[in-house]
Design a protein around this ligand. Structure first.
Ligand code: 8YV
Length: 328
């Protein structure tokens, strides 16, 4: 049986599956595994389940027996694809199983930002809702229904967000992608447009593009300046796709009205990050896929991917490395 290692705890059902196929070691302590400890033992393993920590050149160089790396996430920006390609190490991820759960969270961010849920929740709980007030306009938010949603990176998850937005909220849909999504155009009336047009016309700008060398700091000051001053910026991809300082500036100077953020440049987000003090920002700690069912489904798929990759069976290999399995 191949020896494998997971850097995070796994649900019982996933562990029993893995134990049937592998000799499995799991880091299940509350304290995250240290980098030095990981590097020290990495040469022992043929397979890894590595989520949220870099699988970089240094680690891959030391991993003499390694044949496959699986992540419990759809995003795999922590993989050094070039080195994996050169060494013939397969990389797998977990598409599909999280789509609806992430889409739910995106709608929650849109609604919370627009209707100021977090801000007004604090207001009520702090006892500031007193009788006799007449200035109710202080609580006014923005309508989500019939507004225009612009999705940057309309892929699998974007399609289920489109469904909710168009069918549930009568929203208009714009999108900007590397390539056209004809399915979303046909099914949800999504209109393809330039990034500039999307920014200028959307009431909610949603960033869903994966983090790649081409999307680092993809949205910058000039882009916030193109947005409507009444618009909201929502990010559920990766923090590094946005120039965070430019976002803070845009929120401060009124270039945009507000933001809903699941992701940050640095995670966990630093306590002195200005985003945490702005009332027009709703934040959550990278919970897009965080429900018990979806995380279990993701962990199981990651385990099946790893076993598949190690045994020549079925696996969701990341697109950039698919040639590795085809050539085997
Ligand atoms: C992951 C995510 O669960 O799938 C992704 O790419 O961002 C989340 O759904 C998270 O990264 C795990 O740490």
């Amino acid at each position: 049986k191949p020896k494998i290692f997971s850097n995070r705890p796994l649900p019982e059902v996933v562990l029993s599956y893995l134990n049937e196929h592998c000799e499995c070691t799991v880091w299940d302590s509350e304290t995250p595994l240290s980098r030095s400890e990981l590097l020290e033992h990495i040469h022992e393993y043929e397979g890894l389940i590595m989520t949220g920590v870099p699988v970089d050149a240094e680690l891959l160089e030391r991993a003499a027996k390694l044949r496959a790396v699986s992540t419990v996430s759809v995003g795999y920006n922590h993989f050094d694809l070039e080195v994996m390609q050169a060494k013939g190490i397969i990389g797998t991820h977990t598409p599909h199983v999280l789509d609806d759960t992430v889409a739910d969270l995106v709608m929650a961010l849109i609604l919370s930002a627009a209707r100021r849920i977090a801000e007004l929740d604090a207001y009520v709980k702090q006892g500031r809702w007193t009788s006799g007030r007449i200035k109710e306009d202080e609580w006014f938010g923005m309508d989500v229904h019939h507004a225009t949603l612009g999705i940057i990176g309309l892929g699998r998850i974007g399609e289920v967000i489109a469904k909710r937005a168009v069918r549930g909220f009568d929203m208009e849909l714009l999108y900007h992608n590397r390539s056209r999504n004809l399915e979303a155009e046909k099914t949800y009336g999504a209109r393809y447009c330039s990034l500039e047009q999307l920014l200028r016309e959307s009431d909610f700008v949603l960033l869903m593009a994966p983090l790649t060398p081409a999307t680092v700091n993809y949205i910058r000051q000039e882009h916030f300046e193109m947005m409507k001053s009444s618009a909201f910026f929502i990010n559920a991809s990766r923090g590094q796709t946005v120039d965070e300082q430019a976002l803070i500036e845009a929120l401060r100077n009124g270039a945009i009205r507000g933001a809903g953020l699941d992701v940050f440049v640095q995670e966990p987000v630093a306590a002195d990050n200005a985003l945490l003090t702005l009332p027009n920002v709703v934040t959550v700690p990278h919970i897009g896929s965080a429900t018990a069912k979806t995380r279990t489904d993701m962990a199981m798929l990651a385990a099946q991917n790893l076993v598949g990759a190690l045994t020549g069976g079925k696996a969701h290999v990341v697109p950039e490395l698919q040639a590795l399995v085809q050539s085997k």
